[in-house]
Design a protein around this ligand. Structure first.
Ligand SMILES: CC(C)(COP(=O)(O)OP(=O)(O)OC[C@H]1O[C@@H](n2cnc3c(N)ncnc32)[C@H](O)[C@@H]1OP(=O)(O)O)[C@@H](O)C(=O)NCCC(=O)NCCS
Length: 177
């Protein structure tokens, strides 16, 4: 039996609620953030993103308990996925996938242009994003200051949904696995 099938609560779609993230959520967000990243965001960074009127910030909760969150900023016509994390003991149940799908729904277009950076070593997150239509389209060398790791730049666009990078700015086909 897989770890997911063994989980007492089963897959997230059966019990998860997704709603807008608000300032009172931030203590619980910070607790998950600190358990999820080697260089966690500060409270001020979350406050800044929540204050942007065009951003899409989401909370995933069960029975009123925050289990995950997603932060996305909007720059003109492009959405920039800045942060997504799920509490460690609630992973591999579909929570991040549900957050991403709700983000896409809330952009107003199933083909909205969305970009993000991800650590080159973060295979699980890369797999998650690829399953939702993102493709690796660029590399930022030594992007992460804590360990000098490279970032992949990923995009989800009308072209990536068709399997090409034709409408991605400065795309690097040679990075595709
Ligand atoms: C990455 C992260 C947000 C994924 O959250 P999650 O709720 O566990 O992801 P989901 O359950 O929705 O996963 C959906 C799919 O993505 C892929 N995936 C997610 N995590 C994975 C992992 N650790 N290893 C391999 N594949 C993974 C799988 O295809 C998974 O489907 P499956 O469980 O049916 O195999 C979570 O592991 C996390 O918070 N990590 C620390 C913070 C982080 O790295 N955030 C991303 C920064 S860019």
């Amino acid at each position: 039996m897989s770890a997911t099938a063994a989980h007492p609560h089963g897959r997230a779609q059966d019990w998860l609620a997704i709603r807008r993230l608000t300032y009172p959520d931030l203590p619980a967000v910070l607790a998950i953030e600190r358990r999820s990243f080697p260089s966690p965001w500060s409270l001020a960074m979350f406050v800044l993103e929540l204050s942007k009127p065009d951003g899409i910030c989401l909370a995933a909760e069960r029975k009123g308990v925050l289990l995950g969150y997603l932060i996305c900023a909007r720059y003109d016509t492009v959405f920039h996925l800045m942060n997504v994390a799920v509490a460690p003991e609630w992973r591999r149940l579909g929570i991040a996938q549900a957050l991403l799908r709700e983000l896409i729904a809330r952009t107003g277009s199933p083909q909205a242009r969305i970009t993000l950076e991800v650590r080159r070593s973060n295979a699980g997150a890369i797999d998650l994003y690829e399953r939702e239509g993102f493709r690796i389209a660029g590399l930022r060398r030594r992007y992460y200051q804590d360990n000098g790791e490279d970032a992949y730049v990923m995009w989800r666009t009308p072209a990536t949904l068709e399997g090409s990078l034709a409408d991605v700015p400065n795309a690097r086909e040679d990075l595709l696995p």
